[in-house]
Design a protein around this ligand. Structure first.
Ligand SMILES: [Zn+2]
Length: 307
């Protein structure tokens, strides 16, 4: 992989042992040196610096009184870093006086413009804050639950249950199927022509990555494959996926698409893919560099071979 995968490469030391030291966490949240990243309804606070978005760090007083507990993200430059969910506020930009200074743009739209480190921190913050929003109640007994370990677990408030819950990450396989000098790309339901990407799907319970790749390709495109190889992965916090990029060799080539999943799927030659990477062609447009599919497609364009 020549370019960094967007959302990878966080500069923070996650400092796991610190998560279980409530006194240390408490002291950090009283420390003006601590950096707090505001998150509001799924997006992080950014400011424009030299024409590019950058994370806009605040101090602990930004947290909502009596609101969600800040999540400990890690340590860098000897300073603790937290994410604070400001979602209870109707308009935090206005209430915190950030007009003309910073805003909460859609993360998916700006991630490719953030520095690699900023994008990785944004992904971590969004993913774990969103998990808390969705898991206010114990999945075992239905009682309220509360955060513990700096936000890296939740504990059921019912002492008789006391179940612990941990942030979930959902594995997704995304795969480029290769047949000699051509690769398989599909157009998802409702995508505009000529946009195509690698096929993808959630790994199911009791499946290996290799089995999930083979099942998804068979379900979506009616093809048999072999030689599944892992290439690279990408955190994808929309809301909680880990994309696992794979390649596979086609064993059959007759495409039969699942119309519920795809509007189209076809074989594209290496030359067609190379042209599309330089800009959309009449037949093919490919995902932008922030998507791991782009990296899989580039791997193939650069001569990658699934043999
Ligand atoms: Zn419970």
């Amino acid at each position: 992989m020549a370019d960094p995968i967007v959302f990878s490469g966080s500069p923070l030391d996650r400092a796991d042992p610190r998560r279980r030291q409530p006194d240390w966490l408490h002291a950090r949240l009283a420390d003006e040196e601590t950096r707090v990243l505001p998150v509001w309804r799924g997006n992080v606070l950014v400011r424009e610096t030299d024409g590019a978005p950058r994370l806009a760090w605040a101090t602990p007083e930004v947290c909502v009184e009596g609101g969600p507990e800040p999540v400990f993200l890690g340590i860098a430059d000897d300073r603790a870093h937290f994410a604070a969910d400001l979602s209870p506020l109707a308009d935090p930009v206005d209430e915190r006086g950030w007009q003309d200074v910073a805003s909460f743009p859609e993360l998916r739209a700006i991630a490719g413009q953030l520095s690699p480190g900023d994008a990785a921190i944004a992904a971590q913050a969004r993913h774990v804050v969103d998990w808390h929003v969705r898991h206010a109640f114990c999945a075992a007994c239905g009682s309220a639950s509360r955060p513990k370990d700096g936000g890296w677990a939740r504990l059921c408030a019912d002492a008789a249950c006391a179940a612990e819950h941990f942030p979930r990450t959902d594995p997704v396989v995304i795969m480029l199927v290769v047949d000699g000098d051509r690769c398989l790309l599909g157009r998802g339901s409702g995508w505009p022509h000529p946009f195509h990407s690698a096929l993808a799907g959630f790994v199911e319970p009791g499946e290996t990555l290799e089995e999930a790749v083979a099942r998804e390709v068979e379900e979506e495109a009616g093809l048999q494959i072999e030689r599944v190889r892992y290439l690279a992965s990408q955190p994808w916090p929309f809301p909680a996926s880990l994309m696992m990029g794979c390649t596979a060799q086609a064993r059959t080539t007759e495409i039969e698409i699942d119309r519920d999943e795809l509007d189209a799927a076809d074989w594209f030659t290496r030359d067609e893919v190379r042209a599309a990477l330089a800009g959309p062609t009449e037949r093919l447009a490919v995902p932008p560099p922030m998507a791991i599919a782009h990296h899989l497609i580039r791997w193939f364009a650069d001569g990658g071979d699934a043999e």
